[in-house]
Write a protein that binds this ligand. Structure first.
Ligand code: ADP
Length: 158
């Protein structure tokens, strides 16, 4: 079965992430949205909330699963017998970081390929960091995230 993994922090999930998920899900038999658990980072939303929000927001896509992983992404990919990683690209500024990560992953796991999907133009400015900033400053995140995510953010900032 052709499985792909779409890894990220998704802190919080945005319409930009969901666009990549929908498009990637159309290209593979199974898509695993994988939330990396980074114990050294202080997350905005707890990983359990990100997991349940992503599960709910992808409920209409039968071939999408949401999972969390610790440690190296390539080890997680191997544990699922998956050879394809999907990442989104918004702007040239994403490229340098993605290039470095892809090269490192390729050195560790030459059999695993990374595929990039270019953002839809209406989401090219959209990043989780923008949503966090807008929300923390009292702005309404609704244009950028699904209603359930906006609600969770409001609870978090109460
Ligand atoms: P990271 O893994 O760097 O923490 P994120 O969780 O923010 O990144 O995002 C996961 C992936 O989704 C990355 O490949 C990122 O480039 C991509 N992505 C995030 N926002 C968008 C967007 N608006 N359009 C397309 N891709 C996006």
């Amino acid at each position: 079965m052709r499985t792909a993994i779409y890894p990220g922090s998704f802190d919080p999930p945005t319409y930009g992430h969901l666009d990549i998920i929908e498009r990637a899900a159309g290209q593979f038999e199974r898509l695993v949205v994988a939330i990396g658990v980074n114990t050294s980072k202080n997350p905005f939303l707890p990983v359990e909330d990100r997991c349940s929000l992503l599960t709910e927001c992808t409920g209409h896509l039968a071939n999408v699963e949401v999972m969390t992983f610790h440690g190296l992404l390539v080890d997680f990919a191997r544990s699922l017998d998956c050879r394809v990683l999907v990442r989104g690209l918004r702007a040239v500024s994403d490229f340098e970081y993605e290039f470095r990560v892809t090269m490192a992953n390729r050195r560790m796991a030459p059999d695993i390929e990374t595929l990039f999907l270019i953002t839809r133009d209406e989401y090219s400015f959209l990043a989780s960091s923008v949503v966090r900033e807008v929300s923390r400053l009292g702005g309404d995140p609704s244009p950028f995230v699904p209603p359930s995510v906006a609600q969770k953010i409001a609870e978090r900032l109460k």
